[in-house]
Design a binder for this molecule. Structure first.
Ligand SMILES: [Zn+2]
Length: 102
């Protein structure tokens, strides 16, 4: 199941790992997300309702990570969803990048 990225917003990601699309709730784990640019598609392997295993602080507000931030883990990328700031960042698992969804 492929989904376009246009409506990928932090406020549409629930803290229990669901993506609200057109008023439906879709389980993120197992679906394929279109990464921005030419990064292609990645299957979501895992959802974490606490970002602290990946990041010490929120990129937006510099708060210590907690259940206010979530991680959407894929094979070689992950998203950090900041419910506090209503933003999503995409990270290459090897190096910090690039895209912010506000
Ligand atoms: Zn924040």
């Amino acid at each position: 199941m492929a989904k376009r990225m246009e409506k990928f917003r932090a406020k549409d990601i629930t803290k229990d790992g669901k993506w609200i699309v057109d008023d439906r709730k879709v389980e993120l784990t197992g679906i394929k997300l279109h990464l921005p640019g030419n990064h292609g598609k990645r299957e979501v392997l895992m959802f974490f309702n606490d970002a602290s295993a990946y990041h010490d602080r929120c990129m937006g507000c510099d708060e210590k990570t907690s259940s206010e931030q979530s991680i959407i883990a894929m094979e070689d990328y992950h998203y950090m969803v900041a419910h506090c700031c209503n933003k999503i960042w995409l990270f290459d698992n090897k190096e910090l990048i690039t895209e912010v969804y506000a």
